[in-house]
Design a protein around this ligand. Structure first.
Ligand SMILES: [Zn+2]
Ligand SMILES: [Zn+2]
Length: 321
């Protein structure tokens, strides 16, 4: 069976192809995340701190640092790019102003979120919160994300995530804010609406008191998983300690299940939160294992073809909790 499903949050169609998903799940070996590189020459390993730009934030613990945040050596956006927007409409250019940081998630080169101590995962989440709080008011928008493995776009295998704050709102974010506004006029939040339905469905992976973990109805990628706070919370940086503690366990459990089900896939994690410039929102973590490659039709038509129905993905993940 092939079915079109509407992603009413990103406003796009997804093709769910369950016929192809009936085949045994086999994904290419090169998409796996395997820790590689030599800790003695890894710029993120303890002892090599001089190989990164000076840290902007650190969490110290017994026997050394537990987390370091450093400016990206090859930033996409940088604070130094200043000046005016120039050019005549529609040929506009502007300085690529922003902040691009690397969050070194652990001193251990071979750690994964799924295998770390829960306390270490909590430190990572608290670091996200502190960095976001610090950048709030300085930039209109920021996003925390994680690239893991060759297909996830990671150039270093040491566990790390990244944060980009930008001087502009990405078009996709503006579009999403408009969707939230349209739903608000009907008295609902689109993420609450989705979550309330998914917790009652076979797409639920697991839930805790304050979080729902599910493969959304309109998953664009095989094994796409969302971690959503059950309460309507707009901004991640406003999350309080106990909630982050619960999230640390939930995030760790989810990543562990993905690693067991898919043998350490390359992946991306995006922490979506309300832009600093405001608007209606509901924060969440979206995780997409990079098992298949979007190709011509996906890029050309912006219609994603998902060969593993989310119902099946959720079942596999539940088996691997
Ligand atoms: Zn390392
Ligand atoms: Zn909501």
């Amino acid at each position: 069976m092939r079915q079109l499903r509407r992603d009413f949050i990103k406003e796009r169609w997804v093709v769910i192809s369950s016929e192809r998903g009936k085949r045994p799940l086999q994904f290419p070996e090169q998409s796996r995340y395997r820790p590689r590189g030599d800790p003695s020459t890894c710029p993120f390993c303890p002892g090599n701190e001089n190989m990164t730009p000076p840290q902007v934030y650190v969490v110290e613990g017994d026997g050394g640092w537990k987390i370091r945040v450093v400016p990206n050596k090859y930033p996409i956006l940088s604070p130094g790019e200043d000046g005016e927007r120039i050019g005549e409409i529609p040929f506009i250019s502007a300085p690529a102003k922003g902040v691009h940081e690397v969050i070194i998630e652990s001193p251990s080169h071979f750690d994964t979120i799924g295998s770390m101590e829960p306390f270490q995962v909590l430190l990572i989440l608290k670091t996200y919160r502190e960095r976001l709080k610090d950048l709030k008011g300085k930039y209109p928008f920021a996003m925390v994300f994680k690239n893991r493995g060759p297909e996830g776009g990671a150039s270093l295998s040491h566990p790390h995530s990244q944060l980009i704050a930008s001087g502009f709102l990405p078009d996709s974010v503006e579009r999403e804010l408009r969707v939230f506004e349209e739903f608000r006029e009907r008295g609902i939040c689109p993420v609450c609406l989705l979550m309330n339905r998914e917790v009652e469905s076979e797409r639920l992976v697991f839930q805790t008191e304050n979080f729902a973990v599910f493969c959304p109805y309109f998953s664009a990628f095989p094994f796409e998983v969302w971690i959503v706070p059950k309460k309507h919370l707009p901004a991640f940086e406003e999350a309080e300690g106990p909630l982050l503690e619960e999230l640390a366990g939930v995030y760790r459990k989810t990543m562990g299940a993905l690693d067991r089900a898919l043998d350490f896939p390359s992946l991306n994690m995006m922490l979506r939160s309300r832009p600093f410039s405001g608007g209606k929102y509901h924060w969440r973590m979206e995780i997409i294992p990079r098992l298949t490659k979007p190709a011509g039709f996906e890029w050309g038509a912006e219609v994603f073809v998902n060969i593993v129905p989310p119902e099946r993905a959720a079942l596999e993940l539940r088996r691997n909790l």
